[in-house]
Design a protein around this ligand. Structure first.
Ligand SMILES: [Zn+2]
Ligand SMILES: [Zn+2]
Length: 348
């Protein structure tokens, strides 16, 4: 009998909780929202170079990875390098404030590197009541992309200023100022020097990699490229090489699946992409040639739905480069403190 009483009490409690689910949910949400809203995901780091991987995927559909997106903080500098679809929304979800964004650097004009520019513009504008355009810097064609986004968002900018007012979304802050640049120093402010260098993403040209230098720490970002000596040259003795990577053996599995499913055109696209990307093994060779401290792979193709696939993705990369190799994930944070050789990691 006692057991029956216990069971009835449990059922009554569960029924009571179900009955009260709306006020209970509201109370729980108030607690969680109070903790999450307004937090500063950039706070708490020593002076140095900080990288937040906001998008480590490609145009191949991947529920775990946004398209190319990397946030860089160094001193008072806050830069976005590429803004693919979904990346900036992830930053916002992690509580990383973008009001202080100083500019966006674009590696090249493939859609998976620029589709998230609209949210980047909006987050910076609403985050700081910016009155000046957001600089958009990249290879030839970047100014045209800036003008296109400005045109696309012209009505939206008017709506926001009209609705929230000049004090919150002032006229003049919701637009890009685009600038086409040649290889060379493209950013030099408060100790951060960013140098663009040409990489080999043929037939897409120009396409840039970027070398970041801040207080003795050096990070090189390959952009999209086939295995290129230009990357090894730019990355000589760098602390960190962030390199794109595509594993052809795994992409071939997708190609075969598409052919079996009667989708020959999409299958052909998965064959075409092989000739302008770098395999993990080639990236490891370049890291060894450049004698970098660490290799981080990003722009991961194909999607890897489980960590169990990381070994298959890497192949024999670890035998080619003696240093640490990491596969970046959305939310990875790497911090290179000034005046040190260490690389700290964290995750959102
Ligand atoms: Zn890409
Ligand atoms: Zn590309």
């Amino acid at each position: 009998m006692r057991r029956w009483g216990f069971l009835i009490a449990i059922i009554a409690l569960a029924a009571g909780l179900w009955w009260q689910r709306a006020p209970l949910g509201e109370a729980a949400y108030a607690q969680i929202a109070g903790l999450r809203a307004g937090r500063d995901g950039l706070a708490g780091h020593s002076d140095g170079l900080t990288l937040i991987f906001c998008g480590t995927g490609t145009p191949l559909p991947d529920p775990d990875r946004a398209e190319s997106c990397l946030l860089v903080q160094a001193g008072t500098n806050l830069l976005l390098i590429d803004a693919g679809d979904g990346g900036v929304r992830k930053l916002a979800g992690w509580g990383v404030p973008l009001g202080g964004l100083d500019g966006v650097l674009i590696s090249h004009l493939h859609s998976d590197h620029i589709e998230g520019l609209g949210p980047a513009l909006l987050m910076r504008w609403t985050g700081s009541a910016a009155r000046t355009p957001l600089p958009l810097i990249g290879p030839a064609g970047t100014a045209r992309v800036a003008a296109g986004f400005n045109e696309m968002l012209a009505a939206d900018a008017t709506y926001r200023t009209g609705h929230h007012g000049e004090a919150i979304t002032p006229t003049g802050g919701g637009v890009f100022s685009g600038r086409d640049v040649a290889p060379g120093v493209v950013w030099n402010r408060d100790g951060l020097v960013v140098t663009a260098f040409a990489v080999d993403h043929a037939p897409i040209a120009p396409a840039f990699g970027y070398r970041l230098q801040y207080k003795g720490r050096v990070v090189v970002i390959s952009g999209d490229t086939s295995a290129s000596p230009a990357v090894a040259a730019a990355a000589q003795n760098a602390d960190l090489l962030v390199h794109e990577a595509l594993q052809p053996r795994l992409v071939a599995d997708i190609t075969r699946g598409l052919e079996r499913a009667g989708q020959p055109r999409t299958a052909q696209i998965t064959r075409d992409i092989l000739n302008y990307h770098t395999t993990p093994e080639q990236a490891a060779d370049l890291a060894a040639q450049a004698k970098v401290g660490m290799l981080v792979l990003t722009h991961i193709a194909p999607p890897l739905p489980s960590r169990l696939l990381h070994a298959a993705f890497l192949g024999d990369a670890a035998t080619r480069f003696a240093g640490p190799i990491r596969i970046a994930h959305d939310g990875l944070l790497l911090h290179l403190p000034a005046g040190s050789k260490t690389i700290e990691d964290d995750a959102f």
